[in-house]
Design a protein around this ligand. Structure first.
Ligand code: AMP
Ligand code: FES
Ligand code: ZN
Ligand code: ZN
Length: 313
């Protein structure tokens, strides 16, 4: 297989785009694609300052590298979740190593250091998520990302969600006919009521395209999935979608683009719900709950539990 642009041996064959490229041309092509989507969906401009949420994985580190190469004004945010089996320690090391090698600023929020418990501990103490820390983890990540981006004066928060992630969520929401979620799923969520603008520049980039980018570019990232992800619904949908993609290259992209077009033409307009948000009485972050937000209530339980242990001890 030859590179379409220079006739040398191709390292990546993208059947979904009917395109094969050598390493050098691939490293040019992918950032061009990402920039095209940043502009098409009006995510952010070179005059704005954006906060890149990095997990140490290929998508977020690969994207940070692309944004840096394209000349966007970025700083990074790594959230230390305290996940076992060395997962958090290693992902933090790789994120720090990445930022240091490029002279980029990386902000770190470690939940145990700052708030007093790891995410798995918090999940047990708060008794949420049916024995799995994932929902507690998601709530904390969203809260910390929004707060850090607002407090740091950023214009937008960038995450590394790729096409495979977006299509798995889309399929799940379609199976449940979750109109509200479908109406809200988009490459850009505009800022409102104390929530920062959220953007996903990789929403049309396949996961394997990011793997290839990191390999060719020599970016070291964490290969392992979070140990708690095993058996998740998202992974189940991703497996089914991979089988469909194998039979019909381009199926995932087609599904996603048709969804965005259907939305554009108003298919989900009736499902859009406007939830009233107001500042939490304790922390000031936006919430729909009266009084304290669910994040504050969750951490109050931890403080209470720790106090009880100290008193009994
Ligand atoms: P996930 O929710 O793990 O699928 O990750 C989706 C995106 O959220 C990643 O591409 C990152 O942009 C961001 N993210 C996930 N985990 C972290 C973390 N520990 N710290 C900062 N950002 C994260
Ligand atoms: Fe949050 Fe796995 S990354 S529970
Ligand atoms: Zn080439
Ligand atoms: Zn609060």
């Amino acid at each position: 297989m030859k590179c379409k642009k220079c006739d040398t041996t191709a390292v990546i064959n993208m059947r979904q785009h009917k395109l094969a490229l050598c390493g050098e041309h691939y490293l040019e092509w992918l950032p061009e694609q990402v920039e095209r989507f940043i502009e098409k969906y009006r995510m952010f401009t070179r005059d704005e300052k954006v906060l890149m949420a990095v997990s140490g994985g290929k998508d977020s580190l690969g994207l940070w590298d692309i944004l840096h190469r394209l000349g966007y004004h970025t700083e990074g945010l790594y959230i230390g979740l305290g996940i076992e089996q060395n997962y958090s320690d290693e992902s933090r090391r790789l994120s720090e190593q990445f930022a240091a090698a490029r002279g980029l600023t990386l902000h770190i929020v470690d939940v145990e250091d700052e708030f007093g418990a790891t995410i798995p501990e918090l999940s047990v103490i708060s008794n949420r998520g049916h024995g799995k820390p994932c929902s507690v983890c998601g709530l904390n990540k969203r809260y910390i990302m929004n707060r850090a981006a607002l407090e740091g004066g950023f214009d937008a928060l960038v995450t590394g969600h790729n096409l495979d992630d977006e299509v798995a969520v889309l399929m799940q929401n379609t199976f449940n006919w979750a109109g509200g979620y479908l109406a809200r799923q988009a490459p850009v969520l505009p800022a409102h009521d104390g929530l920062i603008r959220k953007v996903k520049p990789l929403c049309r980039i396949y996961e394997r395209e990011m793997t290839a980018y990191c390999l060719v570019r020599g970016i070291e990232y964490i290969y392992e999935e979070c140990p708690h992800a095993e058996g998740s619904t998202t992974i189940y949908y991703k497996e089914i979608l991979n089988r469909m993609e194998g039979d019909r290259p381009g199926a995932k992209l087609q599904f996603y683009i048709s969804f965005l077009q259907a939305k554009e033409s108003g298919l989900f307009a009736n499902a859009e719900q406007h939830v009233e948000l107001h500042p939490c009485e304790r922390c000031g972050q936006p919430t729909s709950a009266p009084g304290d937000c669910s994040w504050c209530r969750m951490w109050e339980k931890v403080k209470l539990a720790k106090k009880t242990v100290t008193m009994l001890g």
